[in-house]
Write a protein that binds this ligand. Sequence first.
Ligand SMILES: C[S@@+](CC[C@H](N)C(=O)[O-])C[C@H]1O[C@@H](n2cnc3c(N)ncnc32)[C@H](O)[C@@H]1O
Length: 280
Amino acid sequence: MRTCWTTTESGATDRNRAGNPNGVRSSDGAGNRNGVGKRNDSESGRGGGTLPVPVSNETVRATYDRWASLYADTVARLEAPSKRRALDLLDPDPGTCVLDVGCGPGLTLGALAERVGAGGTIYALDAAPGMLADAADRVHRSGDAGRVSVLGGDARRLPFVAGSIDAVLAFDVLELFDRASLRAVLDEMRRVLAPGGVLCAVTMDRADVERSRFLRGYEWAYRHVPGFARVGCRPFDVPAAIRAAGFRIDTLERSRRMDVWPVVTVCCRPDGDDRIDPER
Ligand SMILES: C[S@@+](CC[C@H](N)C(=O)[O-])C[C@H]1O[C@@H](n2cnc3c(N)ncnc32)[C@H](O)[C@@H]1O
């Protein structure tokens, strides 16, 4: 089995083998080790009219925490086809180490575990305790606990050392962050990716927002319906942000969930990454 490495709170290196018997390992205790919690109003909405996230990330994750028990049976069902497509595009090799950032209730973990096989490792990271509990329960019931570790943590400070992850999945996650935080998340993903590593991101698409009634309605609700913006999720030109963060896009696919909800799936690698890992 491939061993991945995580950093401890003190920053020292710690070997964290897959097979965490407790299912959940939290690096943020009560959910806020990173001091995140101040309201963010730094985003002016520049950049193609992208809406700001008017609440803190702590509020966003508290929303998902409350929603955890319902999530898998509601929104996640609508996302299933794009999830399958993302997994096909990511297609991790047997024996590799995959990180699912913002894993939610862990709906990708069984398929990922199957693809990496007995010699592979999956890390599932989220910041909402309710989502983590659901994910850990799902992993336990599937019998994949030997190769899937569910971790509490913040995408802006990934608890892994540089170059330790072969593939990163970010499914419906990147569009939750304001511009500065998104850059921090992407920088972290770049940092933890091993030579030749891949990031697959699926996000709400904004490139064709002008033509999309759904998105205009969604953005109207996000602005005007009380409480709606607490989900944090708003359309953002994530491919542009991914390029700006120094990734080279290999695949970009646009699609519509239920024929109306535009999403974009991007597979990319750190730009100029010519490093060769002899173990791969
Ligand atoms: C829309 S859900 C997507 C869940 C999952 N990827 C899926 O598709 O089923 C977004 C997830 O991101 C998590 N999240 C929000 N902020 C986060 C952060 N700073 N670090 C890690 N996860 C975060 C939420 O708790 C939530 O589970």
